[in-house]
Design a protein around this ligand. Structure first.
Ligand code: G6P
Ligand code: MG
Length: 232
């Protein structure tokens, strides 16, 4: 493998939910409300498995073998989204995750373009509510591409929109499906959260609180032990 870590970073691509803001609890509460109404078992543990999956993929993951007509599924998806909107209408910059308010201007000042690559259909709305939409050259969602995460499509699409080859992009993700998507896109990947979930990323951190762009650049432009163990 060419040494990915020797390529200078030229762009940063962020997942949204769980990286820029923590909507996971909103997703949990709105799915729980829907499934309670429908008498379908659901809990927080199951919700964790849905990180990074599109709304339809999430519904299918919970339904499992239960057969439902497409029109009924669509009604479930619309109702869930209506409940979710009740939360996102209230969101503002206070919902940014630790470190984001500092990191985005640092990357901007360093002259690197940034993009969002999200599985959420609400990505533009949420970034606007958070007051960070203007930090990104492009905001992409899986609704712009044929295949959702874990396919690489949305990361490749975002990289193309900001005119940067994947090898020069750092992807930041909190979901197992998103980590796989960014790896498949050929990017360097920072995983945030539980190593059991994001352990396939090149580097794993708890979160971005107190993390500077200089820290990230130093780590991602220097071959890590795992990347250099193949004989370098
Ligand atoms: C993100 C979250 C998922 C959520 C998906 C769809 O990727 O991590 O948990 O299912 O977005 O969000 P949406 O806003 O389209 O319902
Ligand atoms: Mg996420």
């Amino acid at each position: 493998m060419t040494d990915l870590f020797s390529v200078p970073l030229r762009a940063v691509i962020f997942d949204m939910d769980g990286v820029l803001t923590d909507t996971i609890d909103y997703h949990y509460r709105t799915w729980q409300r829907l499934f309670d109404e429908e008498g379908i078992p659901f809990d927080r543990e199951k919700n964790e498995e849905l990180r990074g999956l599109s709304r339809l993929d999430s519904l299918n993951a919970v339904l499992g073998d239960r057969e439902l007509p497409d029109a009924k599924k669509q009604e479930f998806l619309d109702r869930k989204n209506q409940y979710f909107h009740e939360f996102i209408e209230q969101m503002d910059a206070s919902a940014l995750l630790p470190g984001i308010a500092e990191l985005l201007p640092e990357i901007e000042a360093a002259g690197l373009p940034m993009a969002v690559a999200s599985a959420s259909q609400n990505v533009q709305k949420v970034c606007t509510q958070l007051g960070i939409a203007d930090k990104f050259q492009k905001i992409a969602s899986v609704y712009d591409v044929p295949n959702s995460k874990p396919a690489p499509d949305v990361f490749l699409h975002a990289a193309k929109l900001i005119d940067t080859e994947p090898q020069a992009c750092l992807a930041i993700e909190d979901g197992a499906s998103g980590i796989e998507a960014a790896l498949a896109a050929g990017m360097r990947v920072l995983g945030l959260g539980d190593p059991q979930v994001v352990g396939r990323a090149h580097i794993v951190m708890d979160g971005l609180g107190g993390v500077t762009w200089a820290d990230l650049r130093a780590q991602f432009e220097t071959a890590p032990a795992i990347a250099s163990s193949s004989g370098l």
